[in-house]
Ligand binder design. Structure first.
Ligand code: 5GP
Ligand code: MG
Ligand code: MG
Length: 180
């Protein structure tokens, strides 16, 4: 699997440092609040588990799954809710944990969904941001790492379901796209 990687964009250490920095910032800003922290499946699984352990806060944890990519490398445009949260967010402070913001469509969909349910605040923490990819207006409140307009895999992010378990973030060799 490692042989399919052209280059590493962010190492394990880069990711761990980003988790520590954001976890500390969120801990300071939320203080004695009791947020609902929602991991967006599946891409954010590793980031979710790492970052919540950097937050010294009482919190509730939940997961939501939305689909937009359908396995390829470009966004399909429409977002589908695949798995909903269990917690009632009315009157609660919500923090979404995302892997990467690209077009911004997923983020906008998630924010609208929970705003409709009466969350009292909604913030978004993303490991990676691809500002050049934006199609709709969307902005994360906490950003770990910026990435160029390239398709990345690893640390939760997939290509056709694979590579999520790479411990770092990298770019695939061009032949991987033609062979698999
Ligand atoms: P958006 O709705 O902002 O276009 O995209 C959100 C989702 O698309 C991300 O949560 C992620 O699952 C997927 N995505 C966006 N850019 C990339 C990328 O470079 N690599 C991978 N593997 N997934 C991406
Ligand atoms: Mg995602
Ligand atoms: Mg994907």
């Amino acid at each position: 699997m490692n042989n399919d990687i052209l280059k590493t964009l962010y190492s394990k250490e880069d990711i761990a440092n980003a988790c520590r920095r954001l976890g500390k910032q969120i801990t300071e800003e939320y203080g004695d609040k009791n947020p609902v922290v929602i991991g967006v499946l599946k891409g954010a699984i590793f980031f979710m588990t790492d970052i919540v352990r950097e937050m010294d806060l009482y919190m509730d944890i939940d997961f939501i799954d939305v689909s937009s990519y359908h396995g390829g490398t470009s966004s399909s445009g429409s977002i589908e809710l695949m798995k909903d949260i269990d917690i009632d967010v009315k009157g609660r402070d919500v923090i979404f944990i995302e892997d990467i913001i690209d077009t911004g469509r997923t983020l906008k969909y998630l924010e609208d969904l929970l705003a409709d349910r009466g969350a009292s605040s909604i913030k978004v923490c993303t490991l990676m941001d691809k500002p050049e990819g934006r199609v709709v207006e969307a902005k994360a409140d906490y950003v770990g790492l910026e990435v160029p307009n390239e398709f990345v895999v690893g640390y939760g992010l997939d290509y056709k379901g694979k590579y999520r378990n790479l411990p770092y973030v990298g770019v695939l060799k061009p032949e991987v796209y033609s062979n698999k």
